[in-house]
Design a binder for this molecule. Structure first.
Ligand code: U5P
Length: 225
């Protein structure tokens, strides 16, 4: 299968607990999937680093420049994962989908970060999945699936086991697009998932859940066209 993963930056580099061991555990999962014959692409988010930098830069400049700073953090995280993947990847973080596709065509694991302002790496992962005709998009994040409402602020939010791409658009449509905003799936990504008819799974970004999103038995939300 051709699989694109959106890997949250806070998952790869958690605020408390960033370590080589943590990154190695993700690299092992992606290497394993590659060894099983899957084509693996990973779009890494900016996590806490992006948020800290955006918070400070917002005092000086506009949202697009804040986004550019966020993008730099995503590329730094991407390079870190590349270093842990060693020969399975290449020491290059592409900044557009054509270069990204060439890395896949070399038979390597592709790792990239952001591209342009005004969206998050969720939208990058959805576009990459569309561009490369991927069979599956896995969004590995810090919540364990898509809820009817934001579970951080609504006690009555219910997790959805299965939903359609149209329902995803309804739930995420009003999400903020400010630099550094973090919703389970960004609103542009939802629209791309719908137009590209992408089978998508949203899971908690642990190495185990990421593996299960492909092999079966995960505890996340399945989104179908
Ligand atoms: N960002 C962009 N464009 C991209 C990727 C990221 O503007 O293609 C900026 C956004 O401000 C985003 C931040 O919130 O970098 C960190 O990315 P993420 O962790 O939210 O995906």
């Amino acid at each position: 299968m051709d699989i694109v993963f959106a890997l949250g930056g806070s998952v790869l580099m958690p605020k408390d607990g960033a370590s080589a061991e943590n990154i190695k555990s993700y690299a092992q999962v992606f290497k394993k999937l590659k060894d099983m014959g899957h084509n693996v692409s990973i779009v890494v988010g900016g996590g806490n680093t992006a948020r800290e930098y955006i918070k400070v830069s917002r005092e000086f400049t506009n949202e697009s420049v804040c986004d550019e700073i966020g993008i730099m953090a995503t590329r730094m995280n991407a390079m870190l994962l590349i270093s842990a993947l060693s020969k399975y990847s290449v020491n290059f973080v592409p900044t557009n989908f054509k270069d990204a596709e060439m890395i896949l065509n070399l038979g390597k694991i592709l790792v990239m970060g952001g591209t342009h302002p005004a969206h998050t790496t969720d939208a990058v992962s959805a576009t990459l999945a569309e561009f490369t005709n991927a069979d599956l998009l896995v969004i590995a994040t810090n919540v364990d699936g898509v809820y009817t409402k934001d579970p951080r602020t609504n006690n009555d939010a219910k997790k959805l086991e299965k939903m359609t791409t149209k329902e995803l658009i309804e739930i995420t449509g009003s999400n903020s697009i400010s630099a550094g905003s973090s919703s389970v799936v960004d609103s542009l990504a939802s629209k791309i998932i719908d137009r590209a008819k992408l089978k998508t799974i949203v899971v908690k970004g642990t190495p185990d859940e990421i593996l299960k999103s492909v092999l079966g038995g995960h505890d996340g939300t399945i989104i179908i066209p």
